[in-house]
Design a protein around this ligand. Structure first.
Ligand SMILES: O=C(O)CCC(=O)C(=O)O
Ligand SMILES: [Fe+2]
Length: 512
């Protein structure tokens, strides 16, 4: 058994394990019910039999005992039969099975992770609470909805995270739904709303809610207690209201003045995108120069940004190759999980992000040759192939692929002295994603949507070797679907023949 702590919600691949686990639980439950059903059936039969014998005896009166057989039967019922029955009654049928069911493996932190996944989606894509609650995502209607209890759980969870304000809206939604849905107590929702208001610094609003509740429930001890706690805790807080008219703060007027995290989210949500003027010089076409073979089989390439360079290559992996790659990652993963020693949690984690050396399978070398043809870089200087799987809500926040060599220990980076920094990244998409899951490049105003068999390619370093901060990117959360990617991180030493240094420094100073 290897399912544990908050590792599943982020990967659909892992979720399928959870599904298998649920099936086992259901089977155990069936077994438990079956066993107890047999026991009850047996007991019912015995009961009927004994009642019948007894009724006969009662009807016959004392003459019943004139028959030695009857005398024997009564004695037997009250002695050996009864002992057996007692044993059966005391025996906890299906106890072992019950233990298995009780010993649930998907624990509370999984649930918290799942709730936070929903909140992250909502935050990044700026979904309305009532839309999510009724199963509407980016204009696509799904046949799911959240009841008052779900909304309440989300609201309470949100209040404990960075999404406190969303917590307010979820609790309001819970309140709305509780009108004709008794899955949660209305007063509990209202108390949670008062608490969230307090957390948001809405001291005046919280005070009004508590005051109203205590006048509506004058005898309620819980209300009185929470109100007086609030009065004590808010005594030295500034007294103001919070505006709840919008669920998501609009971006600042000069959008690039926002934090990098915000820029990443805005790009995922489509608030940052290229203007027609930005797109004017970008081309689509066929790549034929880097290798004579490409004259026969040119690679489809789409330019998405020029400086720094960002392109997408299409149809560079076949479905069959992708199948082989996926099989490869499955095999390695299982081997890791079954390993008898070492931390189980980290093993499960590495199975969501795993490195496979090029020597592991001939296909990996073949792919690297293709990458060399596509990028004109030398793949001798690349890291191991990295595979990753993201599930619903799974994401990778904004980051640079290059190393900050000043701030990390050199020894933690493989072969830094010989290979140097990550000059470029080639990111294969091994799956389509139904909704969400794009790769966002805020400074290039680009959102690349995963397309099975395609690959995004960009430079992380200037030709001078300096880090290019404009290569900032991140994987947007998955709304629906499962995303598989394969990373090729290409190092800078020694690409000098492939990407000559300029004689001038092309470094662009950071504007932050
Ligand atoms: O999955 C993506 O879209 C981006 C992944 C990424 O940036 C990374 O693994 O470094
Ligand atoms: Fe990255």
């Amino acid at each position: 058994i290897f399912l544990t702590n908050g590792e599943f919600y982020s990967s659909v691949h892992q979720m399928s394990k959870v599904m298998d686990f649920e099936l086992k639980m259901l089977k155990n439950m069936q077994k438990f019910i079956g066993k107890n059903q047999n026991k009850l059936d047996y007991l019912k039969e015995r009961l009927a039999e004994y009642e019948r014998e007894r009724n006969e005896a009662v009807q016959m009166g004392s003459s019943y005992f004139e028959n030695p057989v009857n005398k024997y039967l009564l004695t037997k019922r009250l002695t050996s039969d009864w002992d057996r029955l007692e044993n059966i009654l005391q025996y906890k049928e299906g106890e072992k099975t019950l233990k298995k069911i009780e010993n649930k493996i998907v624990n509370e932190s999984e649930l918290e992770g799942a709730l936070e996944g929903v909140l992250r989606l909502q935050d990044v894509y700026r979904f309305n609470t009532s839309d999510i609650a009724s199963g509407l995502f980016q204009g696509v209607q799904y046949d799911v909805h959240f009841d008052a209890r779900h909304c309440f759980d989300l609201g309470k969870r949100a209040a404990e995270t960075e999404y406190v304000k969303l917590g307010y809206f979820w609790l309001k939604e819970a309140l709305k739904r509780s009108a004709d849905d008794a899955s949660v107590d209305k007063l509990d929702i209202e108390l949670a709303i008062a608490h969230v208001k307090f957390k948001l610094g809405d001291i005046k609003g919280a005070n009004e809610t508590y005051a109203e509740l205590s006048s509506r429930y004058p005898e309620n001890e819980k209300v009185a207690k929470l109100f007086s706690e609030f009065v004590v805790n808010s005594a030295d807080k500034p007294q103001y209201y919070v505006d709840y008219s919008v669920e998501h703060e609009p971006p600042p007027e000069h959008i690039f003045s926002a934090s990098r995290e915000k820029l990443y989210k805005y790009t995922c949500a489509g608030l940052i995108k290229k203007t027609p003027a930005d797109e004017r010089d970008l081309r689509c076409g066929y790549l034929v120069e880097t290798h004579p073979f490409l004259w026969l089989a040119p690679i489809k390439v789409e330019e998405l940004h020029h400086d720094p360079l960002l392109v997408v290559f299409y149809d560079v992996l076949s479905d069959k190759e992708i199948e082989t790659l996926r099989d490869m990652t499955k095999r390695i993963e299982r081997a890791t999980v079954m390993s008898p020693n070492g931390s189980v949690v980290s093993k499960v984690r590495t199975s969501q992000f795993q490195f496979i050396p090029v020597t592991h399978h001939p296909l990996l070398g073949k792919i690297d040759q293709r990458v060399a043809d596509m990028t004109n870089l030398d793949m001798k200087y690349a890291e191991d192939h990295q595979f990753a799987n993201y599930g619903i809500g799974g994401h990778y926040s904004e980051h640079h692929d290059y190393f900050y060599i000043e701030s990390v220990k050199k020894t933690t980076i493989s072969d830094y002295d010989t290979l140097g920094n990550r000059i470029a990244t080639l990111l294969f998409y091994l799956s389509d994603v139904e909704q969400g899951g794009g790769t966002a490049y805020p400074y290039m105003k680009t959102l690349v949507m995963p397309k099975k068999g395609a690959a995004a390619f960009w430079y992380n370093l200037h030709a001078s070797g300096d880090r290019d901060w404009r290569s900032l990117h991140g994987a947007c959360p998955i709304i629906v679907g499962s995303k598989w990617v394969q990373n090729r991180w290409i190092r800078e030493h020694d690409q000098s023949e492939k990407r000559p240094c300029y004689t001038f420094n092309d470094k662009v100073e950071e504007i932050l």
